[in-house]
Design a protein around this ligand. Structure first.
Ligand code: SF4
Length: 78
């Protein structure tokens, strides 16, 4: 968990192809695919630019960006 940003996901809801797309599009390498599942690299979470690029390919509700500093969340809408 980052100090300012925490990203949570339900890897079971994210197909492998979408996981690969997500891992490739984040500009600050927050995601990786390990053993066929999307994972978050905790050390990179605070680098999130809130660009929301990851929210489009993620199925609804499968990915949440928590702004710990404000309590707001950005949720994948599918
Ligand atoms: S909002 Fe942008 S920077 Fe943050 S995790 Fe998603 S793709 Fe990466």
């Amino acid at each position: 968990m980052g100090e300012f940003i925490e990203i949570t996901l339900d890897a079971d809801l994210i197909p492998l192809e979408a996981a690969r797309r997500l891992a490739g599009l984040c500009p600050v390498d927050i995601f990786a695919v390990e053993a066929g599942h999307l994972v978050v690299r905790p050390a990179n979470e605070d680098e999130c630019t809130l660009c929301e690029l990851c929210l489009a390919p993620a199925p609804a509700g499968s990915l949440v960006i928590h702004k710990r500093y404000s309590g707001e969340n950005l949720v994948a809408r599918g």
